[in-house]
Design a binder for this molecule. Structure first.
Ligand code: SF4
Length: 359
């Protein structure tokens, strides 16, 4: 009898995701930081390189990206920025799937990353062979994967989505009557299903950072701060999402802090995002949503250990040495580019307010 993989408890064991400890970077003095930043700025120019950083990376990297004409963004915008910027080298401060996506979309460019071991629990928990056989068991489903996946998993899919665009794409597919196989983040998948009514089956992956936000502790914190708006990333558990005033991608949550009149915000996503939130809304009070870390074991404490592998120190090193180049075989890149481009074209059509492209 075929295994029913639509039910997480009947899945064959998925690989255990080993969560590394948070890297401890040597603390730099102000002078040392300034010197290192100057060195990186010079290297970026010499190498015709641009820095593309995610909102979850250390604030010093985000600031440097902005100061040097690079970009600080969510993964959708990071992908788009890399395709539009003329620099010959893209330096991606983020996690591996972001570097791979940059390479897939810009095969002619050199893509460097501060640490190639920076991965993601969603990517690690969705190995190609298992995922591919899951797809084979459901040939009548449109395969939609989150950007947080390997190049091979992307190449096996029909669509790639980020949290910023998952909702309209799934709504679009549901309106066409398509059944959807969704991977790998089950919380985001269920959230999107709830809002769209789409017929979906799920891969049971999760993010080690967002999985740990706790609904009961959040309720307690909310009672202490009754006027705070609650902002939640949809990779969080359903009971946490249920308490949110705003659910959305990192960009949507940053916009909410700037836009809403509240003075206080409880934020359920990686705390690296506070760097940008403080810039767009100085004077507002940002509180971390509680995690299982309160007196219990905590794998992430709202700070992604893989994002933490990016620092000024290893950024300077890769620029100086050219090590940590991201490679994706040209054949694989051609296949993986199709569903990513579909997403980017869809986003472009949405921006223009026009009709959506066919799948
Ligand atoms: S925060 Fe979660 S989803 Fe983002 S890279 Fe880290 S493990 Fe992956």
């Amino acid at each position: 009898m075929a295994t029913d993989r639509t039910k997480p408890d009947t899945l064959p064991p998925l690989p255990e995701v080993i969560v590394p400890p948070h890297p401890e970077w040597p603390k730099l003095s102000e002078t040392e930081t300034a010197l290192l930043k100057e060195k990186i700025k010079k290297l970026l120019k010499e190498q015709d390189a641009v820095l593309v950083a995610h909102y979850y990376t250390d604030g010093s990297l985000q600031d440097l990206a902005e100061e040097t004409g690079g970009c600080v963004a969510d993964s959708l915008e990071m992908a788009r920025f890399g395709t539009q910027h003329p620099a010959r080298t893209l330096v991606v401060a983020g996690v591996r799937f972001m570097g791979e996506t940059a390479k897939i979309l810009n095969n002619e460019k050199r893509v460097l990353m501060p640490d190639l071991a920076a991965t993601c629990s969603l990517d690690e928990g969705c190995p190609y062979e298992l995922f591919s056989s899951f797809c084979d068991e459901h040939p009548d489903h449109t395969v939609v994967v989150y950007a947080n996946t390997s190049a091979r998993v992307k190449a096996r899919s029909d669509w790639v989505v980020t949290s910023g665009i998952a909702l309209p794409i799934i709504r679009h597919l549901a309106e066409k009557g398509e059944k959807i196989l969704w991977a790998p983040d089950r919380h985001l998948g269920r959230y999107v299903q709830k809002l769209t009514g789409a017929e979906m089956i799920f891969w049971p992956g999760s993010c080690v950072v967002h999985e740990e936000f706790r609904a009961v502790a959040l309720e307690r914190l909310r009672k202490l701060h009754p006027d705070a708006a609650i902002l939640v990333h949809p990779e969080s558990p359903e009971a946490v999402i249920a308490q949110a005033d705003v659910v959305g991608s990192t960009t949507a949550l940053i916009d909410a802090v700037a836009r809403l009149p509240n003075l206080e915000f409880i934020v359920a996503t990686d705390k690296g995002i506070f760097n940008k939130m403080r810039k767009v809304a100085p004077g507002k009070i940002l509180l971390e949503a509680p995690t299982v870390g309160e007196g219990a074991t905590c794998q992430s404490c709202a700070y992604c250990p893989w994002m933490g592998m990016n620092s000024l120190q290893n950024l300077a090193e890769v620029l100086a040495t050219g090590k940590n180049e991201v490679h994706v075989s040209p054949d694989l890149a051609v296949q993986a580019r199709i569903p990513i481009r579909r997403m980017l074209d869809f986003a472009e059509a949405m921006k223009k307010g026009g009709g959506f492209l066919s799948s």
